[in-house]
Design a protein. Structure first.
Length: 333
């Protein structure tokens, strides 16, 4: 028997079909004898009724009226709605489930509104629910500060919620379910046929996420490293093992070229960062090759400064991003 924290992101909750697959994964794990804790994000993406950006848009007409407290309390509603919906779904299928907010789950956090970090998790109620044979369904992305206020953990922060809970419970794994089968070496929407990695160490995963790879919240990788907790990035829509995130030496060797991270920028631009394994000269050689490749393209590629010596940063127009990313990936991989 394993104790597993399963976190499901917005696209894994967006429609009835996806939610049914979520429930089936929980049922299979429970049938296998595993104890399951769920952590859920808000349902869907911008434009969907309860997505984070949709909720924030309700405040936009009141210019200057919403401070950090109001924004955080507003967006926390999306995860609470998800927790209630998923708990009701599981109960309807004969799997006992209990929805929990950050307050009832005992998640304490500190830091600025919109970018706090979890500090302590009092998991006593979660353990009680598990002992009763039920599934705790926890609203991710949020914590409670010293004044009892709801405070959020930054975009993607439900990943960090899951790791914090997993560390408090001594979980065997934290499984992060996405709409992709693991961590890819580039955005699959830009680079066709890009491979997904079987293993990444904590520091490499943090660096990719910190440079813009949105498959995992960067804080979650550091928190997992601190607690020694193994993570798996998996797909809601298949049963593959996905990408294991763990300490060096617990999986395949870390490649010299970790991958390309892409981030939208103002003015219809895309930032593309080539990230290399830290140290051992891999970064220096890779950065030089990336710069040479980028500068030889017939495109509007601009080299950008980087505080990371093992990363090369470029900017290009959105309509050229796929071509630039594919050319860089072919040269560096």
């Amino acid at each position: 028997m394993s104790r597993i924290v399963q976190k499901f992101g917005g696209t894994s909750l967006a429609d009835p079909a996806a939610r049914t697959m979520l429930a089936e994964k929980v049922r299979k794990a429970r049938t296998a004898g595993d104890e399951i804790v769920l952590v859920v994000s808000a349902m869907g993406r911008n434009g969907d009724p309860y997505a984070t950006d949709t909720l924030l848009a309700l405040l936009n007409e009141f210019k200057g009226g919403a401070d950090g407290l109001i924004n955080d309390l507003m967006v926390s509603c999306g995860e609470v709605i998800s927790a209630c919906v998923i708990a009701a779904l599981l109960n309807s299928k004969g799997v006992g489930a209990v929805p929990l907010t950050a307050y009832t789950a005992g998640i304490r956090a500190e830091g600025p509104f919109g970018d706090a970090s979890p500090t302590v998790v009092d998991a006593s109620l979660i353990r009680t629910i598990l002992d009763e044979g039920k599934v705790p369904v926890v609203a991710g992305f949020q914590g409670i500060d010293a004044r009892g206020r709801v405070i959020t953990l930054g975009r993607g922060g439900s990943d960090t919620s899951a790791v914090a809970i997993g560390a408090a419970l001594g979980a065997d794994f934290v499984d992060i379910y996405k709409d992709v089968p693991g961590v890819a070496k580039a955005d699959p929407r830009l680079v066709k046929g890009v491979p997904f990695m079987k293993f990444l160490d904590y520091d490499s995963m943090f660096r990719l996420a910190n440079h813009g790879a949105r498959v995992l919240h960067d804080k979650s990788a550091l928190l997992a490293k601190e607690s020694g907790l193994k993570m798996r990035v998996r797909s809601t829509f298949d049963d593959d093992e996905g990408t294991l995130i763990g300490p060096k030496g617990s999986g395949e060797a870390v490649p010299a070229f970790l991958g390309l991270a892409t981030t939208p920028e103002p003015g219809d631009k895309i930032r593309i960062t080539a990230v290399f394994a830290a140290g051992a000269g891999a970064g220096e050689r890779g950065v030089a090759l990336a710069r040479e490749t980028a500068m030889n393209m017939n495109s509007d590629v601009t080299q950008r400064p980087s505080d990371d010596p093992d990363a090369a940063v470029f900017s290009c127009s959105r309509d050229k991003a796929a071509s630039v990313a594919a050319t860089l990936f072919k040269a560096l991989n």
